[in-house]
Design a protein around this ligand. Structure first.
Ligand SMILES: CC(C)(COP(=O)(O)OP(=O)(O)OC[C@H]1O[C@@H](n2cnc3c(N)ncnc32)[C@H](O)[C@@H]1OP(=O)(O)O)[C@@H](O)C(=O)NCCC(=O)NCCS
Ligand SMILES: O=C(O)CC[C@@](O)(CC(=O)O)C(=O)O
Length: 377
């Protein structure tokens, strides 16, 4: 896998998550942050929406960022004109390619759909724009029709074709087979756009890249329509750690970026979320903590600092004596084996009672001498 480009769509598909609406300032701040950490391309929004959206996109195009900026459009001339008016030099033009979508949206008029696409692509190319095309619902499209559309895009001067698993129904094997078929026949790059309806967005995005796609859509925290998209932090770290592909992105700021998007979207990140979740590098279980204390590689795929986290050892219901003893020692308390066992019993009881792990202070209060010294009964 070489020369892979991230095209992050937090500001377009991410914002399409139900209930999410970024302000102009938030869009500017997120675009600037992603630019600063080295994300290659940003799908900044939908100029045809007008008003606030167009204002935000125009403001971003005036920032003079290093990252490439692309706007999302329907195969409609006025959409593309709106992109140009925002100062965009790159347009993404979307067209439904599956029977179900063409039937519902265009009364099954396949020729009409192709005509719209050709006119839109040729108009955009004539304006001197970089033109990418997305096959909406590619994963459910007839494969030979999909290839015909993509080859036509290439012939009309399009520079990239997006394979969309719009409703997230593929698995990595099927993704690989479908994307390899496209890549084999196209000279223009293929871009992956995967949704997470079955929790496979990141896996499918990676499968597409392995099959020869060279661009991939992501969103921070996996934010997006319904169950979301392939998460930026997951794709970047999987490429780095599993495939030794370094994209030149400053991964140490991924957690910070995740926080920014959580705040701006109002969608908090679950603690177990891969890479950026609060528990991604937290260890409570006795056997795990025992291993971690000897060598962090026993239960961590990579060092937390690589993504801006710090390891946390947490005392709770599942902890064992090695962890308890370690935390106590860090606080200047050394107990016998029997005393640790008693403290551990207290830890388990309190954790169940509080339904959470304990603070260090709560742990220290379980030490008998300390209870006496502090007058706690
Ligand atoms: C794009 C937008 C401004 C259009 O608004 P609208 O004119 O009020 O129309 P609606 O959203 O109700 O309906 C969509 C229209 O676009 C058409 N359309 C859908 N996809 C299309 C495509 N890829 N190319 C051309 N036309 C398309 C539909 O057929 C329908 O057309 P009609 O009004 O002639 O029936 C509005 O939907 C919007 O703000 N969307 C932003 C978010 C979004 O929908 N993203 C989805 C990405 S798939
Ligand atoms: O860019 C495209 O061509 C389509 C992208 C899209 O996000 C559209 C959507 O449902 O919002 C998808 O998943 O198909």
């Amino acid at each position: 896998m070489n020369d892979i480009q991230i095209n992050d769509t937090t500001l377009r598909d991410g914002e399409q998550a139900a209930g999410v609406a970024f302000t102009v300032d938030e869009k500017i701040a997120l675009a600037s942050f992603m630019d600063a950490i080295g994300v290659h391309e940003l799908e900044v929004g939908i100029p045809a929406m007008g008003s606030e959206e167009a204002r935000a996109i125009s403001a971003i195009t005036h920032l003079d960022l290093r990252t490439s900026l692309i706007g999302w459009n329907r195969a409609v001339r006025s959409d593309i004109e709106a992109s140009i008016a925002c100062g965009l030099k790159r347009v993404h033009i979307s067209i439904p390619v599956s029977e179900i979508q063409i039937a519902a949206k265009f009364q099954g008029d396949v020729q009409g759909v192709l005509r719209r696409l050709r006119e839109a692509v040729q108009f955009a190319v004539d304006q001197g724009l970089y033109v990418a095309v997305g096959g909406e619902d590619s994963s459910r499209a007839d494969e030979s029709f999909l290839l015909d559309v993509a080859l036509s895009v290439e012939e009309w001067g399009g520079s990239r074709f997006r394979f969309c698993d719009t409703v997230g129904i593929l698995d990595p094997m099927k993704t690989s087979q479908k994307v390899a078929h496209l890549v084999q026949h196209l000279s223009i790059p293929v871009e992956m756009h995967t949704h997470n309806d079955f929790g496979l967005a990141t896996a499918n995005a990676l499968a597409g890249l392995q099959a020869g796609a060279t661009s991939v859509n992501t969103t921070v925290n996996g934010l997006g329509e319904r169950a979301g998209n392939a998460a930026l932090e997951e794709v970047v770290m999987a490429l780095k750690q599993m495939y030794n592909v370094n994209l030149g992105i400053n991964t140490r700021r991924l957690r910070e970026l995740s926080d920014l998007v959580a705040q701006a979207s109002g969608c908090s990140v679950p603690p177990w979320k891969a890479i950026v979740g609060e528990n991604a590098f937290a260890h409570e279980a006795g056997i795990h903590a025992h291993g971690i204390l000897k060598n962090p590689n026993t239960y961590e795929p990579f060092a937390p600092e690589e993504v801006g986290w710090q390891r946390r050892l947490v005392v709770g219901k599942h902890s064992g004596r090695h962890l308890v003893s370690n935390v106590l020692q860090q606080n200047g308390i050394t107990l016998s084996k029997e005393e640790i066992a008693t403290v551990l019993e207290g830890v388990r009881n309190l954790s169940v009672k509080f339904k959470r792990s304990l603070t260090v202070e709560e742990l220290l209060n379980l030490v008998p001498e300390r209870r006496v010294a502090h007058g706690i009964s």
